[in-house]
Ligand binder design. Structure first.
Ligand code: MRU
Length: 367
């Protein structure tokens, strides 16, 4: 995808410094486009924890390189496993992180110690290329849903899609999940407009999704998180598409806090509620998402303060609660499968259910 006319992935390995990676510092968007070089596992862990990189697929891909940076010093089994444990713990809800690290470790443990670094880079590069291909396929399947919505409107007006948080190209290596179908619809000439939930407390919607959509020329409107239900009642939302951090074997969906409320509102208003995901987001080891998915609790400061820029372009952080008030900040919630119209995967769309998932992924294992 492009920023100011230049095509980028969200993560790349420069040819002249190929034992490092480059990422965008996502805490600086949309005010600045700042590229960070990461070359050791602690910098990778910090980037993930501080959300300089974020989005389930992207943190998995970045962590894969973090593992190689760690074994450049010591590629023994013990060092590999210690680095893997450290990286997996950086964020608890997005399963792609564990998926990527387990894939790397499984592969590297089969190899002699002296071959592990080179093989690790090759495997992480492959993981990134696969992420791009998978998201493009998700885009193609999701595009069909937008096309249907457009046809259902008699090809008049605009298809209005509501999304929450940021599941665009900067949350993945490229394309995004929930936003990939929107980019494709736009590129195909379908008039599409996106209601962008601001997504408090960190505002990934107003800061990141709006930035991405604007850079691609997609019509969008930033709305307060609480406005979605109102627009659904008014018939102004044709479908909801969100991303996810973990989908259970029975189709429950963890995503950014507030997703569940949007699903409830969509259900009450007969608005289709679709969830876009690569299969690396399916956690076959858990079934009941509400009971079994660990929900990351982040600093209450993120709720008690907001950060923005003033009219002189100076970033500022202001408190939006009384000095003595405390806050709580669960970063994700779980939408039960019964509220999900369907899942958009790289292999096509399916019901949010075990049967649905197994119809597309019959052989994927639980370990
Ligand atoms: O806390 P974040 O910003 O990493 O949360 C991101 C989301 O919730 C996304 O919707 C999800 O990771 C899917 S990204 C393709």
């Amino acid at each position: 995808m492009k920023i100011n006319g230049t095509a980028y992935r969200s993560l790349w390995r420069p040819t002249d410094d190929n034992r490092s990676i480059r990422i965008f510092d996502q805490t600086r968007f949309p005010w600045e486009v700042e590229i960070l070089a990461l070359r050791d596992e602690n910098a990778v862990a910090h980037a993930i924890r501080s959300m300089q990189v974020r989005g389930a697929p992207l943190i998995g891909a970045v962590a894969a390189y973090g593992l190689i940076f760690a074994i450049q010093k010591d590629a023994s089994d013990d060092a590999l496993k210690a680095a893997a444990d450290m990286l997996v713990e950086t964020r608890p809800t997005a399963i792609n992180l564990r998926w990527a690290i387990e894939r790397m470790v499984k592969h590297l443990l089969t190899l002699p110690v002296e071959e592990r670094v080179a093989a690790g880079y090759a495997e992480a590069d492959a993981l990134c290329d696969e992420d791009v291909a998978v998201n493009e396929a998700i885009g193609r399947h999701g595009l069909e849903l937008i096309r249907q919505a457009w046809k259902a409107k008699g090809e008049q007006g605009t298809v209005n899609v509501l999304t929450h948080c940021n599941a665009g190209w900067i949350a993945t290596v490229d394309w995004g999940t929930a936003l990939a179908p929107i980019y494709m619809a736009h590129d195909e000439g379908i008039p599409v407009h996106v209601w962008v939930d601001e997504t408090r407390p960190r505002n990934q919607g107003s800061l990141l999704t709006a930035f991405e959509l604007g850079s691609h020329g997609v019509a969008h409107t930033v709305i307060a998180d609480n406005a979605g239900g109102h627009y659904m009642q008014a018939g102004k939302v044709d479908l909801v598409i969100v991303g996810t951090d973990r989908v259970t074997a029975q189709g429950d969906v963890a995503n950014k806090i507030g997703t569940y409320l949007k699903a409830l509102a969509a259900h009450d208003n007969n608005v289709p509620f679709w969830v876009a995901l690569p299969s690396s987001t399916i956690d076959w080891r858990v079934r009941d998402g509400v009971k079994e998915i660990p929900i990351e609790e982040r600093s209450a400061e993120e709720v008690l303060y907001v950060t923005g820029i003033d009219d002189t372009n100076t970033p500022s952080r202001v408190r939006v609660a009384p000095p003595a008030s405390t806050g709580a900040n669960p970063a994700f919630d779980v939408t039960p499968a019964r509220l999900v119209t369907g899942l958009i995967t790289e292999r096509g769309c399916c019901d949010a259910s075990e049967e649905g998932l197994r119809s597309l992924f019959p052989l994927d294992s639980t370990t």
